[in-house]
Write a protein of this length. Structure first.
Length: 259
C-alpha cells in the first residue's frame, strides 16, 4: 500500500473521531439537564400533583357550608315553633278585613253615579269666538273630579270608581290636555264617578259642597254636564294595579351647579 493510499484512508478516521467527540458533548449536556430536572422540578402540571390538597380544601369548604345550612335550618325551626296555627289564622283574618277598605276586593251595594261632561260643542265654539280664554271654563278638569270624589267620601262612601277603575289610597287624578289620566290611563269625558253608600247621604254631601255649588253655576250658564244617578245596586271591581308605593328622592347637585 502506498503512502498516498494510507493518507486517503486516514481522513474518514479523523472525521469519525470528530463526530464521536460532538456526540459525547451533546450527551453530556443532556445528562446535565436531566440532573437538574431530577433535583425537585416537577415536569407534570401542578394541578395534578396537588390534587390531594385541592380535595382537602374543597372538603373543608363543603363542611363549612353544611354547618351554615344546619344553623339556618335550626333558625327556621325555632321561628316556626313561635308561630302556631292560631296566630296565622288571626293574622290572616286581619288581612282579610283590610282587603275591602283597601279596595282589593270587589264590592256590591246601593249608591249613586255622578257624570261630568264638557259643555256642548256649540257653546265651546261660541266662547272660542267671543273670548278664547273662557273656553277653559267649559271643560271638566281634574279639580272638578276631585271635588266630587271628596264630597262622596265625606258622605260616607264605602267604595268608589272613576271610569270603572277602583279608587284606592294611592289613586291620583291628573289633567293632561283635554284628558284626565288615572292610574296611567288617559280618559276623555264624560267622566263617571260611582260610589257605594247610602244614596241619600251621598247626594246630600254633594249638595253641601261649596266647590260643586260653584260648578253648578257653569252648568246652568254654559250647559256644563252634571248628572246624579241613584241606584239600588252597583258593582265595583277590585283594584288590580300595583300596591307598591313610589316616591321621589332629591337629586345630588353636580359640581358645575347644573342639576
Amino acid at each position: 500500500m502506498t503512502h498516498e493510499a494510507t493518507r486517503g484512508r486516514g481522513r474518514p478516521s479523523r472525521v469519525w473521531h470528530g463526530a464521536a467527540a460532538l456526540a459525547f458533548v451533546v450527551a453530556g449536556a443532556l445528562f446535565a439537564t436531566t440532573a437538574l430536572s431530577a433535583k425537585g422540578l416537577d415536569l407534570r402540571a401542578a394541578s395534578i400533583t396537588d390534587l390531594d390538597g385541592v380535595v382537602r380544601q374543597e372538603k373543608q369548604r363543603s363542611d363549612e357550608l353544611q354547618g351554615k345550612l344546619a344553623s339556618l335550618h335550626k333558625q327556621v325551626d325555632e321561628l316556626g315553633r313561635q308561630v302556631n296555627d292560631t296566630s296565622v289564622t288571626r293574622l290572616q283574618g286581619q288581612v282579610d278585613q283590610l282587603r275591602g277598605p283597601a279596595g282589593l276586593d270587589a264590592v256590591t251595594g246601593p249608591g249613586l253615579t255622578v257624570v261630568l261632561s264638557d259643555a256642548p260643542k256649540s257653546e265651546i265654539d261660541k266662547a272660542r269666538a267671543d273670548d278664547p280664554a273662557s273656553v277653559d271654563l267649559l271643560v271638566v278638569h281634574q279639580q272638578d273630579i276631585q271635588a266630587v270624589v271628596n264630597a262622596l267620601w265625606s258622605g260616607g262612601a264605602e267604595a268608589m270608581t272613576i271610569q270603572g277603575q277602583r279608587v284606592v289610597s294611592t289613586t291620583g287624578i291628573k289633567c293632561v290636555g283635554n284628558t284626565v289620566v288615572l292610574h296611567g290611563v288617559p280618559y276623555s269625558p264624560p267622566y263617571r264617578i260611582a260610589a257605594i253608600g247610602d244614596p241619600a247621604q251621598l247626594e246630600s254631601s254633594l249638595d253641601a259642597s261649596d266647590y260643586i255649588d260653584a260648578y253648578q253655576t257653569f252648568v246652568q250658564r254654559y250647559s256644563l254636564g252634571y248628572d246624579v244617578l241613584a241606584s239600588g245596586h252597583l258593582e265595583l271591581p277590585a283594584y288590580k294595579g300595583s300596591t307598591t308605593l313610589k316616591y321621589a328622592e332629591p337629586g345630588v347637585e353636580s359640581s358645575s351647579g347644573q342639576g
